[in-house]
Design a protein around this ligand. Sequence first.
Ligand code: F6P
Length: 324
Amino acid sequence: MSVSHIGLLCSGGDSPGMNCAIRAVVRTALFKGIQVTGIKRGYAGLLRGEFQTMNLSSVGNIIQRGGTILQTSRSPEFMKPEFRKKAVDILRAQKIDALVIIGGDGSFNGAKALWEEHQFPVVGIPGTIDNDISSTEYTIGFDTAVQTAIEAVDRIRDTAHSHARTFLVEVMGRNSSAIALKVGVCTGAENVLLPHEKVNHQKIVDDIQRGIARGKDSSIIIVAEGPTAGRSYEIQHILKDMHHVDTHVVILGHIQRGGSPTSNDRFIASQMGHMAVEALLSNQFPKVTVVQNGKVLLTDLAKCTTKADHNFSEYQTLAQTLSI
Ligand code: F6P
């Protein structure tokens, strides 16, 4: 088949750099004489027929902007086959013959079903701050989110030192350790607590006290959000009630999802957007653009539909060893 009209959407949580990918898809397609329709608010918007024709200037001046100009959503409806059938009917009525989906593993599961149930051509671009998709070393937005969190922790360090305090800084990652580990190493955190880790409160207390004994006056503990945001408050209460240790909690939350993308995110997103269009034009689908061994390339969509927690316990040890 030959693709002459691409639909483009973002799905799931937004991430800095999605706009760079949108720009690259639109500009590459237009360069090749292919029409692009932007679909607003993800799969939910697709089901409501929220379309916009993309031209060269629709993606002008967006390379530096966080978020996504197409907006995004999480769509529980799309998990049901009858809604996916409706989506394909809508796409075919618009004469859209392929989809590029920018999102995480959940979004790719929706894309996989479109292909398997309706043979609708799809290519995915991994976009999530969590860096937690199988078969890719990188997802767009991770670098910016880590950089944002590092800048916040650096500021917290200043006041922690002045007041000789311990801070629990909660970073995003419901199931993913990636942000917590990298931020922990890069900020010299005394401890990093992973999403599903059983917290050893006594060890936290021992580490703080050992630091005090050798002249440290402040500590930073990076807490990955885990299944429920606000987990740090629970840890704070236990440290206070059972160990009589005072801590302060800072939850960085959605600050990590916004802001201007770093050069890394811009560069990878631009390559992936370009490659996604090339893949469709050479009839390579269903595929996902991934980073493997540091290179941007294509892999089968089916390999990218599960979560991968790049939970390198050596980074946890590294953070702790270097902050002793
Ligand atoms: O997009 C990934 C992520 O930011 C996770 O790190 C976080 O747990 C979750 O999304 C928060 O989702 P929401 O914005 O829907 O609350």
